[in-house]
Structures are given as C-alpha cells and as structure tokens.
Design a binder for this molecule. Structure first.
Ligand code: FE2
Ligand code: FE2
Length: 218
C-alpha cells in the first residue's frame, strides 16, 4: 500500500477512537493523549505527502490533511489554551516551571495556528492534473510544520503534562473533566472521523431519507 494511503487510513482509524465521556471523567488527560496521537498521525501523513511531491500526491490525502488542519488542529489549540492551561494554572500556581512551560506552549500555539491555515491553503492549491506548481515551497512548509509539531507534542507529553499531573488533586481532575466535556458539548463541529470518512452513496434507507416521502428520494 502506498505510504500516503497507509497514513491516511491510520489517521482515520485513530480519529474513530475518540474517548467517550466516561473515559474522560476517569482520566481527563486521555482526551489530550488521544488528540496528540491524532496529531502524530497527521504529521505522518504530511511527511508522506512531502515525499510524494510534486506529482504523486493523491487528492484524498491532500483533502484529508487540509480538512484536519482547518478543523481539528485549531480546535485542539483552543482546547489547550482555553480549558486545559487555565485548569492547570490553578493547582500548579506555586510551581514556576509549570507556569513557564505553559507560557512556552501558548506562544508556540499562536504561530502554529497561522502555519496550519497557510499549509491547508497551499495543499488545496493544485492544478487540474493534481500537481503542485510551487512544490518546493510546499515541501518546505510541510517539513517545517510536521517537524515543529512533533517536537511540540513531545514537549507537552514529556514535560508539561507529567509536571501538571503531579500537582492535580482528584477534585481538580474532576473539574478538568467537566470543563472538557462542557467544551465538547459547545463545539459545533462534526467529529473529525465523519469529516474524513468518504460518504457512501445513499441507498434510500438512511435516517434522513426515512423522514421523506418516497417521491422525494432520488
Ligand atoms: Fe500544544
Ligand atoms: Fe497539544
């Protein structure tokens, strides 16, 4: 199987394993670990796309990567900036190294969001034959994005969250789980797995068709 297909399948398979509310209540950090695993699969797909430039990038890979960069990626940054970091700041207030680690992550997020949107735009910019005219510039954008994301995830997973976990009381953990679940309920976007999974042609038996008169179903 070509590397792009393999990594696209791995991204979709990972997106399908989002933890449910019960798992998040048990350990709120599971949601962050899931989102980081998803980001790692995205980085693998971006690397396979970079290796396939300029002529071998498939439409499915480019579209899935662009969709993930436009939807899931900024949502992850918001979840960390608006929910997770404020929640960590309270129980870890006395710990200067945690505060500094959070500030560094936040500063990187500002640059990362702009880079993700620029990359999504560049991935969509293909000619009719599916080739990229500015392949060298796109290759540079792809490589700098996935390399910096892998480093950022490793930094959060090995430094920020272990430090933060150590100053979390069971009550602070329960508060974080509730905040993450409220944030999820407010989020109006579809789960990433539905955005990435190609829609099958309707056979007239789906829930939407069941509500329509037979004459209205093409
Ligand atoms: Fe982050
Ligand atoms: Fe993160």
């Amino acid at each position: 199987m070509p590397p792009q297909h393999k990594h696209l399948e791995a991204l979709i398979a990972c997106a399908a394993k989002a933890p449910n509310a019960e798992a998040i209540r048990l350990d709120p950090f599971q949601l962050i670990a899931f989102e980081h695993a998803l980001q790692e699969r995205l980085c693998d797909l971006l690397e396979a796309i970079a290796d396939a430039l300029p002529n071998q990038v498939t439409r499915e890979s480019a579209e899935a990567a662009a969709t993930t960069l436009r939807t899931y990626f900024p949502a992850h940054l918001r979840l960390e900036n608006e929910i997770l970091f404020p929640a960590l700041a309270a129980p870890c207030r006395a710990d200067r190294s945690v505060r500094e680690a959070i500030n560094l992550s936040r500063a990187e997020h500002d640059a990362d969001e702009a880079s993700a949107l620029e990359l999504a735009e560049a991935l969509a910019n293909r000619d009719e034959e599916g080739r990229y005219r500015a392949a060298e510039a796109l290759g540079y954008l792809l490589r700098s994005f996935f390399e910096s994301q892998r480093r950022h995830i490793a930094w959060e997973e090995t430094v920020v969250f272990p430090m933060a976990r150590s100053c979390f009381t069971p009550a602070a953990k329960a508060d974080l789980a509730s905040a993450l679940l409220r944030h999820r309920m407010r989020c109006e976007c579809l789960p990433l797995v539905s955005l990435l999974t190609p829609k099958k042609p309707c056979d007239g038996k789906c829930a939407e068709c069941a509500d329509k008169p037979a004459s209205a179903i093409a």
